[in-house]
Design a protein around this ligand. Structure first.
Ligand code: FMN
Length: 211
């Protein structure tokens, strides 16, 4: 079991580091579609993201049909990458559904009374909150999965364009999503058809301090 491996004996795996160095937004794509099984695997792995209380509020709708892509692009101020990409993932966050499904999210290896206690304490935490606060909190958790998704896509050789430039109410209406859910991002995805801009970031040493 990995728990018995001492930290210094863990094998370094720099695949994630390389994907982080390489990744950039890609807004043009080859015409080939990504096979559905690949997309399913990508979204399964994105769902390996950790979340507080293991709540997992992220949900995904993969938009592929030309008609829906047209409408989604219109709801995203005409952003062209939605039309160019073979698929655009609409990531939404649904805390109401996540709260209902807490008994499934809680770890099955916990003793039954501890499972129930975890469900109760999690639900109690949100009982007094407004739907807006609750769903905002869920967006924070969902963004962890967004980061996973973008890195995993890079590692698998796909190009992605994350987007916040869209009208959430129009996107929700288009897909028939419930009013309370939030949409943390749209993510166009395909095989890269361009290099993208070279990565440009604030120097890390200006953002990090050790005390
Ligand atoms: C949550 C999020 C929302 C974004 N929204 C848009 C968008 O609506 N349209 C767009 O062209 N790029 C969008 N971007 C891309 C950013 O501009 C880009 O990630 C940033 O400039 C860094 O460049 P890079 O992704 O190539 O590393 C978004 C990125 C993120 C993470």
């Amino acid at each position: 079991m990995s728990a018995s491996i001492r930290p210094q004996e863990r094998k370094a795996n720099d695949g994630i580091a390389r994907a982080a160095e390489r990744r950039r937004s890609i807004r043009n794509y080859a015409s080939a579609a990504i096979p559905e099984a690949e997309l399913r695997d990508l979204l399964r792995l994105a769902g390996r993201a950790p979340s507080a209380y293991n709540v997992q509020p992220w949900r995904f709708v993969v938009v592929q049909t030309p008609e829906l892509k047209q409408k989604l692009s219109a709801a995203a101020y005409g952003q062209q990458q939605i039309l160019r990409a073979p698929a655009t993932i609409v990531m939404y966050s649904d805390m109401l559904n996540a709260l209902e499904r807490m008994p499934e999210s809680v770890h099955p290896d916990l003793p039954a009374d501890k499972q129930q206690a975890a469900v109760d304490s999690f639900r109690a935490m949100f009982a007094a909150q407004s739907s807006e606060d609750r769903e905002n909190w869920g967006v924070g958790q969902s963004n962890i999965a967004l980061g996973y998704l973008l890195l995993l896509a890079e590692a698998k050789g796909f190009g992605t364009s994350p987007m916040l430039g869209f009208e959430p109410e129009k996107v929700k209406e288009l897909l028939g999503l419930p009013a309370h859910v939030r949409v943390p991002a749209l993510i166009s995805i395909g095989y890269p058809g361009e290099e993208g801009f070279r990565p440009h970031r604030l120097p890390s040493e200006t953002l990090v301090e050790f005390r």
